[in-house]
Design a protein around this ligand. Structure first.
Ligand code: NAP
Length: 291
């Protein structure tokens, strides 16, 4: 079998087109959706990420503000900036690029973002809403993975999904989204003995570990859908996922490439969340009392 690739670039482009159309409609009614991105310090990878996020907004007709803060900013000053953005009517979504310098409590900063503007979906309110099946912002990476499954007509209902990784930003929300979609979900992590025993039974495998080529062909059931979230560098510095691409593509039914898979979808879902935040705020102003 040769796996069909799920093209994250193409799917993300079609999502951006839809975002641009809806953003233009809202702008025509008087409110241009807006995202504020706060970058603290000079971390080179973070600088690239925030540049992409701002560029994505511009290309989709969203208003964006990039706030650069020195690495020496105090926690109190950063919290004050978030308070100001919470109150800013031109801003619908707030994102604080992680990691933050060690003297700042990232948890406290995330919790300071108004739940109505938490477009990264990292806050306790957003995570809790997902846990109990209420509307709320979904973390962008797992949200994008669900869209990739949808794009190939893969309904998780009744399927066995194995998620490798249990971080708060990928593994756990991924497992909850799959559960909500009626999959039977197994979550594996670094203390899971015999990982392959679990992955071999999976109709859907999501690898979110951060270890180069850790998911090999012998660990995958023939025909399974494999979503590779990992971002690693190989010995030549090339961007690679957690999946042994050459081996697994001979066994899986569908596979996401790295690069060009989950990464562009994560960026696209940030735009979707920002647009949805703007639409909700607009509805709340126009039709007070409606959710
Ligand atoms: P993380 O916080 O480091 O979590 C990694 C998870 O993998 C942990 O739960 C860990 O288990 C588990 N793990 C480590 N070694 C394992 C092993 N040998 N077997 C099974 N599980 C193992 O990382 P993350 O933030 O979730 O990110 C995971 C990967 O996705 C990284 O490569 C990251 O760069 C990438 N990523 C990509 C995107 C994108 O847009 N493409 C977005 C976010 C993240 P324990 O909990 O037991 O330690």
């Amino acid at each position: 079998m040769t796996a069909q690739l799920i093209d994250g670039n193409a799917l993300a482009a079609s999502i951006r087109t839809d975002v641009a159309r809806r953003a233009a409609a809202l702008t025509a009614r008087g409110h241009r959706p807006g995202l504020a991105v706060i970058l603290v310090g000079e971390d080179p990878a973070s600088q690239v990420y925030v540049r992409h996020k701002v560029k994505d907004c511009e290309e989709s007709g969203l208003h964006s503000v990039l706030e650069r803060q020195a690495a020496s900013i105090s926690e109190a000053a950063l919290l004050a900036r978030i308070e100001a953005l919470n109150a800013d009517p031109a801003i619908d979504g707030i994102l604080v690029q992680l990691p933050l310098p060690p003297h700042i409590d990232a948890g406290k900063v995330i919790e300071a973002i108004s739940p109505a503007k938490d477009v990264d979906g990292f806050s306790i309110v957003s995570a809790g809403a997902l846990m109990i099946g209420r509307p709320g912002f979904r973390a962008c990476t797992p949200y994008g993975c669900m869209k990739m499954l949808e794009s190939i007509g893969c309904d998780p209902r009744g399927k066995h999904a194995v998620v490798i990784g249990r971080s708060n930003i990928v593994g756990k929300p991924m497992a909850m989204l799959l559960l909500q979609a009626n999959a039977t979900v197994t979550i594996c992590h670094s203390a899971t003995p015999d990982l392959a025993h679990h992955t071999r039974q999976a109709d859907i495998v999501v690898a979110a570990v951060g270890k180069l080529s850790m998911l090999t062909a012998d660990m995958v059931k023939p025909g399974a859908v494999v979503i590779d979230v990992g971002m690693n560098r190989d010995a030549q510095g090339k961007l690679c996922g957690d999946v042994d691409f050459a081996g697994v593509s001979a066994v899986a039914g569908h596979l996401t490439p790295v690069p060009g898979g989950v990464g562009p979808m994560t960026r696209a879902m940030l735009l979707v969340n920002t647009l949805e935040a703007a639409e909700r705020r607009w509805r709340a102003v126009q039709e007070p009392g409606t959710p």
